[in-house]
Ligand binder design. Structure first.
Ligand SMILES: Cc1cc2nc3c(=O)[nH]c(=O)nc-3n(C[C@H](O)[C@H](O)[C@H](O)COP(=O)(O)OP(=O)(O)OC[C@H]3O[C@@H](n4cnc5c(N)ncnc54)[C@H](O)[C@@H]3O)c2cc1C
Length: 451
């Protein structure tokens, strides 16, 4: 490949902060808010025009229950709860205040965008850069990050800070700062969602059968699997998640470009099929995501990997910073299968929306009310002034299949923000922060960790 040498350049340092957070999903926003509420001066860099990541730009408008699976005990509070309370005032969220009768919390992604704006701007210590892409870190001789280079339409510039949180999903800052990374052997496939009007008018829709009936017209449409939900506040708009890009390396720019094309091609084929098969339903495509939803790319190597074996044994880690109940949910990378390992002890595999295998992974009568996530899997090794929060956390395939959902990662973001604050206060690397103090501060801010 041809190469061009770029001459050295001087860049302006436009902000000097205590903490710089890369990526403004709820993970990054909650990290920034937690640190700012404790007193840190924070810069938040987001490449889109809004906060929320997959929950807004990706249209994925579903969080999961804040209660353990018995429904008796609330296990998730903090900023997730605060955001839901705010959405409730706008009639933009389904019930979330009790633990019985539902496991899903649907919300309006556009309203979440507005609430995240309010939550961040209410905190006077956070400076946001939208439309700004983190490009690379500036490292000193010891591998510590002294600043990051970012770019936007004003040009290329530096944010200097003493501590950094990588909430970019892909772990871009970690990778560029030399943190060892691993690519999963079978990454979960990316999906572009859509908002479809009058989807529910297709009353007897069986997508798999519909696709097979029309196979000659759409020979290369892979998916029969879909899920979705009604959007609170709307009577007609449905979130449809029914595309799947197999074998995609989401860290490769060409592959992710092709995945955007391919997912939209799948959506158009599906829309044509719906219109042809249900002409009376008046289905209409109302919105596409501004970025395809990435379930999994690379993971950091941390000071302590989270394993499914330990987590699903109900381990009480001394550095627990999050609680979760979402089942192990692994989307096949070769076909449209999906396997759930529920905390009730049931294990079910579906192919093309049909149950093909069912057994138990826990003895009859035994359940796991909830699992815990430790701080260690967010902390890169060494003396780095860096914490990773989000789906790049260090987890094996089984643990990742469960912890990857937003109510879990939101809590990881909060923990990263608190850990960053304590590391700054004590002038120590995040790896040396006292996790008991992290947990104490998290609970003071509304988290519901067992102390
Ligand atoms: C189709 C699909 C359906 C899902 N369904 C659910 C569900 O129903 N419920 C659930 O809870 N979870 C669901 N998940 C999982 C969940 O959405 C993700 O695991 C989670 O959003 C990941 O959060 P994150 O903060 O790590 O990354 P993201 O949400 O991807 O956020 C990363 C942020 O970083 C920004 N960013 C990236 N690179 C840069 C850069 N260079 N400079 C500046 N900013 C940058 C991005 O714009 C983005 O805002 C789903 C995922 C997918 C893809």
């Amino acid at each position: 490949m041809k190469e061009i040498e770029i001459p050295a350049e001087k860049l302006p340092v436009v902000e000097e902060a205590d903490l710089c957070v890369i990526g403004g999903s709820c993970t990054g926003v909650f990290a920034a808010i937690r640190a700012a509420r404790l007193g840190a001066k924070v810069v938040l860099i987001e490449k889109q025009n809004r906060f929320g990541g997959v929950a807004t730009s990706g249209l994925v408008c579903m969080w999961h229950s804040l209660f353990d699976i018995t429904g008796e005990k609330q296990i998730i509070g903090g900023l997730t709860f605060e955001a839901l309370e705010r959405l409730e005032k706008r009639n933009a969220v389904s019930p979330f205040r009790d633990g019985h009768g539902y496991r899903h919390i649907a919300f309006n992604s556009e309203e979440l965008t507005l609430e995240l704006d309010a939550m961040v701007t209410e905190s006077k210590r956070i400076r946001t850069f939208f439309h700004t892409i983190f490009s690379r870190p500036i490292l000193d001789g010891d591998g510590k990050i002294t600043g990051v280079i970012a770019e936007n339409k004003s040009g290329r510039f530096v944010i200097a800070a003493r501590m950094f949180i990588d909430a970019s999903g892909d772990g871009l800052l970690c990778r560029a700062a030399g943190v060892p990374m691993t690519a999963p052997a079978h990454p979960q496939p990316p999906t572009a969602c859509a908002h479809i009007e009058n989807f529910r008018n297709m009353k007897d829709l069986n997508l798999k059968e519909l696709i097979e009936k029309n196979r000659s017209l759409i020979p290369d449409l892979p998916c029969g699997y879909y899920w979705g939900c009604d959007i609170p506040g709307s009577e007609h708009i449905y979130l449809f998640a029914g595309t799947r890009i197999m074998n995609c390396n989401c860290m490769d720019a060409n592959e992710i470009t092709n995945a955007e094309f391919e997912s939209r091609r799948q959506l158009r084929a599906l829309m044509d099929l719906f219109r042809k098969s249900y002409p009376e339903a008046s289905v209409s495509l109302q919105a596409l995501p501004s970025a395809i939803g990435i379930r999994e790319s690379w993971h950091i190597t941390s000071i302590g990997r989270l394993t499914g074996k330990e987590m699903l044994a109900g381990t009480r880690y001394p550095d627990t910073i999050a609680n979760g109940t979402y089942p192990v949910d692994i989307h096949g990378n070769e076909d449209d299968s999906i396997t759930f390992k529920h905390l009730t002890g049931e294990r079910k595999t579906f192919r093309s929306n049909r149950l093909v295998k069912e057994d138990r992974w826990l003895p009859e009568g035994q359940i796991l009310p909830f699992y815990r996530i430790p701080l260690r899997c967010l902390i890169p090794p060494g003396n780095r002034n860096l914490i990773a929060a989000g789906r790049m956390l260090d987890a094996d395939a089984e643990a990742f299949g469960a912890v990857r959902v937003m109510v879990n990662l939101n809590q990881c973001g909060e923990a990263a923000g608190v850990t960053a604050w304590l590391a700054l206060q004590n002038q120590i690397p995040p790896a040396e922060v006292d996790s008991a103090k992290v947990r104490e501060l998290l609970n003071q801010g509304g988290s519901l960790l067992e102390l």
